[in-house]
Unconditional design. Structure first.
Length: 409
């Protein structure tokens, strides 16, 4: 058995699960505090410095919450910090980027027909673009534009347009949308790490020292928190997009990504307005639905999936050269390629699942590891309880082919 491939697959699963757990914790707390902030009510008799209060009921109990716009007069004995959710989400997300896209750069990151570079160069471009995103965003927020919320949001959307288009000219379609999500998520996490938490620490230090905190730190932190709030839903879509070829594998994938940002803003506007008790702007759902229909229409444009074509990377060449390859190729062509091809012939399948195409020798060799794990070691493929009736002997030949080549290399 190829222990390395199986171990790596379980590592990817574990880190992905942890990423989802920490993401739920961060998004949940973020949404809760935005809703709480918008729902605060002012009344006579609030403690000095208190901006508003909210009564809530949950789990059989009542909660009475008060918000201080700057800080209370005295430092509380116990203070809970909401920061580790954001940090853990980014760290586990970057770990997933390393496990899937950096370790599997020749398959998931690099498309020679888009930009023919080595794996180290592609990884360097990836890391640099993500880091540059935060730097540019932070400089824009600190510029005079930062005092005009509308102008700031327009400029930031222009930056996202450029990055969405640019990523499709650097990486595979799958990696392009994923990187746009990582680009945005890094801005959100960095907002917490470099702005929101440091500003809160300044306020705490002032309280401990007996000084009156400057309200500007709270205002800046709130602005960055609001940006995070509106960016959350598009980031979730982009993180899931690698499972949907109709999103990442079509000609207008970067436009689809931008429309998703607009849909996310519309949905958050609806909930933010509702939580602020300012009515229910149901028109947002109508416009979101229209944009989603537009996305569906754009996804029917000619596909750009499978950019590698018949090019074979150095890592895949040994699998292609193996004496067992002809038998494996016949198995894959007969059991898998009716779905996993540029023009699937299986009824009800219109795009290759997950963008994986197995209709040429080169593509089969490039996806050797996935074939081994999905149809050799496990019975995940073919789906539907082995709908194409692959035999145990054919599965064993896939296992033997992959493990022998891997052991020799």
């Amino acid at each position: 058995m190829n222990d390395y491939a199986v171990l790596w697959e379980w590592l990817a699963f574990g880190v992905r699960w942890l990423h989802v757990i920490t993401g739920i914790a961060w998004i949940g707390s973020s949404f809760y505090f935005i809703a709480l902030d918008l729902g605060l009510k002012q009344r006579p008799g609030l403690p000095k410095g208190a901006y508003g209060e909210e009564w809530q009921v949950h789990g059989g109990g009542f909660y009475h919450i008060q918000k201080y716009l700057v800080a209370p007069e005295m430092m509380p004995e116990h203070l809970t910090w909401f920061k580790w959710e954001a940090y853990s989400t980014w760290l586990t997300g970057f770990a997933m980027l390393c496990i899937v896209y950096y370790a599997g750069a020749h398959l998931f990151l690099i498309d020679p027909n888009v930009l023919d570079v080595s794996a180290p160069v592609a990884i360097l471009i990836s890391v640099a673009s993500i880091a540059l995103g935060w730097i540019v965003y932070d400089l824009i927020c600190k510029s005079p534009l930062g005092h005009n919320d509308t102008a700031l949001m327009v400029v930031l959307f222009v930056v996202l347009i450029f990055m969405a288009w640019g990523y499709t000219h650097l990486f595979t379609g799958r990696a392009a949308l994923l990187h746009l999500g990582a680009f945005t998520a890094t801005i959100m996490s960095a907002n917490v790490f470099f702005v929101i938490i440091p500003n809160q620490k300044i306020v705490v230090a002032d309280l401990i020292a007996g000084r009156k905190p400057d309200p500007k730190y709270g205002r800046i932190a709130k602005t960055r928190s609001l940006h995070n709030n509106y960016l959350t839903l598009p980031v979730i879509f982009l993180m899931l997009s690698n499972h949907y070829p109709l999103a990442f594998g079509t000609r207008f994938n970067w436009i689809i990504a931008l429309l998703v940002f607009l849909i996310g803003v519309l949905i958050r506007h609806y909930f933010n307005t509702m939580h602020a008790h300012k009515g229910r702007p149901n028109w947002t759902w109508l416009f979101a639905g229209i944009l989603f229909i537009l996305i569906m229409w754009l996804s029917t444009a000619p596909s750009v999936l499978g950019g590698n074509g018949d090019k074979v990377s150095a890592a895949a060449q040994p699998y292609l050269a193996s004496a067992q390859f002809p038998h494996v190729r016949d198995t894959v062509m007969g059991r898998c390629s009716m779905c996993h091809s540029k023009e699937p012939s299986y009824e009800g399948i219109y795009e290759a699942p997950k963008g994986v195409m197995l209709d040429t020798d080169a593509r089969i060799a490039e996806h050797a590891r996935e074939i081994y794990l999905q149809a050799g070691r496990s019975h995940a493929m073919p789906p539907g309880g082995n709908v194409t009736q692959i035999t145990p002997q054919e599965r064993q030949s896939i296992v033997a082919w992959f493990e022998q080549v891997s052991a020799a290399n």
